[in-house]
Design a protein around this ligand. Structure first.
Ligand SMILES: [Fe+2]
Length: 439
């Protein structure tokens, strides 16, 4: 009997089956969201001292089961390759199909924390499987181990149609502040917490910037999903796999990697999760401020302490967090959530009404396309808390550049066109702690 036709048929059937199995998980995905052996979604985050360490996280398909990151001091040519240090990655598998809106697809996230780096040094790194599938070489600079000039960017909510409409914001921010060291994303980076298509857009919109600007992601309400009545809301299934962030062990586990503190060149940046377990964070905030000797203190959380849009009152923030911000002289508070723009400040408590005596600057901003109208009456109502409204805007996509140098912290808001819209400078006497606001 001639078995050849049967073998041919069987081989064809097997090949077709393999093809289907290999491709069924990718059904409906755009080519730029399909994981492969090549690293994608590469992002730097802080983990440990920014002068001597940095974390990198990336994604591949599930065939990459062990991964590495290589790092070296950058040179003017490619010779740094002979002095690289290799770090083994931690690899974590997770099924995007945990959320029924995603394709049932297992991906691998890999992370490395680079340690023992030299301060104020330009490094070059790449990530990959250690053999064939590598990223490009990417540069970043470690922080100084003491006070010095720092610059960073801050984005309010990107949230909606991120690829279509946020790309030009982050790209204009890079054009305006190419030397920025890090980027604060003040919550609602995307709209539907677990929807991988949206995270794919966020990573594609920022492209290589995510891998060379260190990110400070803040959890907004849209980074959570409500599974149903009586069931606790759940942080985006992508959040912890894709961002390697500091863990504050003494806090409730549900707050891990959403509440953390970064000390960058004598600037303390406290990140809060304004969505849940806020009482616990009141203690945390005080703990992080009471013995803080940093020259500048910045707090960021998603919900706006002085909300400028209707129906978005964050009373808890004003009742419980603002008194601590007042008490410890926090310089700057960066918020999002309201899809409009407001800059205001609080004079020092004992001199309420004298706006030349400066306490804390409060910003609410938005970087994405969704826009809400301002409610001037609501802003006015905060006068009883001592709030002085300095500048507002609506229907505008913004990014902000903050520069700390010498005795000043300068804040500039730019529109997506790259035009300066708003500017304020805080001048501080470090010996006495006295501050003034220069518009
Ligand atoms: Fe929000």
């Amino acid at each position: 009997m001639n078995y050849k036709p049967f073998f041919t048929l069987f081989a064809f059937f097997l090949g077709s089956l393999c093809f289907l199995v290999a491709h069924e998980d990718h059904a409906g995905l755009r080519h730029w969201e399909v994981p492969s052996k090549d690293p994608d979604r590469i992002i730097l985050t802080f983990h440990g001292d920014p002068a001597t360490s940095r974390a990198v996280t990336w994604r591949t398909d599930k065939s990459i089961t062990s991964a590495v990151a290589e790092i070296a001091e950058a040179t003017v040519n490619s010779k740094f390759q002979s002095s690289t240090v290799s770090f083994d990655a931690q690899t974590e598998a997770f099924d995007l199909g945990e959320h029924k809106g995603n394709a049932p697809l297992v991906v691998h996230n890999h992370s490395v924390v680079f340690k023992n780096l030299k301060p104020e040094t330009t490094y070059v790194y790449r990530v990959g499987d250690g053999q064939k599938y590598w990223s490009e070489w990417i540069q970043f600079k470690t922080a100084k181990s003491s006070y010095g000039k720092s610059q960073f960017v801050y984005f309010g909510d990107a949230q909606n149609d991120v690829l279509d409409h946020w790309s030009r914001v982050i790209r204009m921010a890079y054009k305006t502040a190419p030397d920025a060291s890090f980027a604060v994303h003040a919550g609602d980076l995307i709209n539907l917490a677990h929807r991988d298509h949206e995270w794919a857009q966020w990573f594609k919109a920022g492209g290589f910037l995510h891998s060379q600007w260190t990110a400070i992601p803040v959890a907004g309400n849209h980074e959570f999903m409500h599974p149903g009545k009586g069931i606790p809301r759940k942080l985006s299934i992508q959040w912890r796999p894709q961002f390697t962030l500091p863990v504050e062990d003494h806090l409730d586990e549900s707050l891990h990697e959403t509440v953390y503190t970064i000390d960058y060149q004598d600037i303390r940046i406290i990140v809060l999760n304004s969505n849940e377990k806020r009482e616990q964070q009141t203690k945390y905030l005080e703990e992080k401020l009471k013995d803080c000797s940093a020259k500048w203190k910045i707090v960021t959380c998603h919900h706006s302490i002085f909300s400028p849009a209707s129906g978005r009152n964050f009373q808890f923030g004003r009742d419980h967090w603002k008194p601590i911000l007042d008490k410890y002289g926090v310089d700057l508070v960066l918020n999002g959530h309201d899809h409009t723009y407001a800059r205001g400040h609080i004079p020092v408590r004992e001199k309420v009404g004298d706006s030349s005596q400066f306490g804390t600057m409060y910003i609410t901003s938005v970087s994405g396309p969704k826009q809400y109208p301002l409610n001037p009456k609501q802003l006015k109502s905060y006068q009883t808390d001592g709030y002085v409204s300095d500048k507002t805007a609506e229907q505008t996509q913004f990014f902000q550049v903050i520069t700390v140098e010498g005795d000043t912290l300068s804040y500039v808001a730019y529109t997506v066109l790259g035009d300066e819209y708003d500017r304020a400078t805080i001048k501080k006497n470090f010996a006495t702690g006295e501050k003034s606001l220069i518009d």
